[in-house]
Design a protein around this ligand. Structure first.
Ligand code: NDP
Length: 290
């Protein structure tokens, strides 16, 4: 007896990808350019393989070109920097995506700084992160943008709401907080960020009008941590090996009986993250043409 309305990321991703496909076709008519995403995959992490494949498929659906550059698990930092240097100056490549995590011999921040800021479709380069914080983004970070879109396109008001974000990673929690606290449309929220050192976490999460969870702990958020009628966005993607299934960071069964809206896993935020990579690649192509 699910009571919460399901926020369907799969359907929304399809809609947005159709919109992008139209724009990409129009762009090609005008410029003769097909935007191209170059993905870089180091090693053979199975989850990374899945992510890269879903990005390639989304490129196909929207009319983008895609490239996959593979380096072995034991590749050095210099090997990877060399490849990025080549992609940075390749006029046929508009977006560069280095799939994380990287093997331990490679310094992630060093790599993310090496990607040309105009091709940085993940928005991980310090220059692009700085622009997000200053409220003049070049690219929006993909997962946070997906969270924002799933709210706005379901007519959920963000302005003035108390958004509680659990998780402060550089990929999700931190940039999402920066975006939603911004002055302007689609933002203007009151934002609280929690993490593993937060005291009385449940007390804080229960204050949320909109609760966003990105911690990587399967089904951690239970019904008694959610205010009745709250909107719950579950960013977590956790594979339960024993049952061979994906679950979020939210106990969907319990929480869907107190929340007013909830995103499922799979079929929620993940679909949108991929879509936003595509959108940024298209924007990168436009930027490089201008
Ligand atoms: P990280 O591991 O980088 O960060 C996790 C954050 O959660 C940290 O800030 C950590 O706190 C906090 N945390 C961990 N455990 C607890 C706890 N028990 N209570 C409160 N806070 C806690 O994770 P990511 O942000 O990269 O990813 C989070 C989840 O989202 C994962 O399941 C990942 O697979 C998924 N994900 C999904 C995406 C999508 O497209 N849907 C995209 C990216 C990630 P502290 O900082 O104190 O250590």
């Amino acid at each position: 007896d699910v009571t919460a309305e399901i926020l369907d990321g799969k359907a929304l991703a399809k809609t947005i990808q159709e919109e992008i496909a139209d724009e990409v076709a129009e762009f090609f008519q005008e410029s003769g350019i097909t935007p191209c995403l170059a993905a870089v995959l180091v090693g053979d992490d199975p989850a990374s393989e899945v992510y890269v494949r879903s990005k390639r498929k989304a490129c196909e659906r929207t009319g983008l070109d895609s490239q996959l550059h593979r380096l072995p698990e034991d590749a050095t930092q210099d090997d990877l920097l060399e490849l990025i240097k080549k992609l940075n100056v390749d006029h046929n490549v508009h977006g560069i995506l280095v799939q994380l995590p990287l093997p331990k011999q490679i310094d992630e921040s060093r790599i993310l700084q090496a990607v040309h800021p105009w091709k940085d479709v993940d928005a991980f380069h310090p220059e692009n992160v700085g622009r997000i914080v200053q409220g003049r983004p070049r690219f929006l970070p993909c997962t946070p943008h997906g969270v924002q879109e799933i709210l706005l396109r379901n007519n959920i008001e963000i302005e003035g709401q108390h958004v509680v974000i659990v998780g402060r990673s550089d990929i999700v929690g931190k940039p999402l907080a920066a975006m939603l606290m911004q002055r302007g449309p689609g933002a203007n929220a009151t934002v609280t960020v929690c993490h593993s050192r937060t005291k009385n976490l449940a007390e804080v999460t229960r204050m949320a009008d909109i609760l966003v969870v990105a911690i990587g702990v399967p089904e951690f958020i239970k019904a008694d941590m959610v205010k009745p009628g709250a909107i719950v966005v579950d960013v977590g993607i956790n594979r339960l090996e024993a049952e061979n299934k994906l679950v979020g960071d939210v106990d969907f069964e319990g929480v869907s009986q107190v929340a007013s809206h909830i995103t499922p896993v799979p079929g929620g935020v993940g679909r949108l993250t991929v879509t936003m990579v595509i959108q940024n690649t298209f924007e990168a192509a436009r930027l490089q043409l201008a």
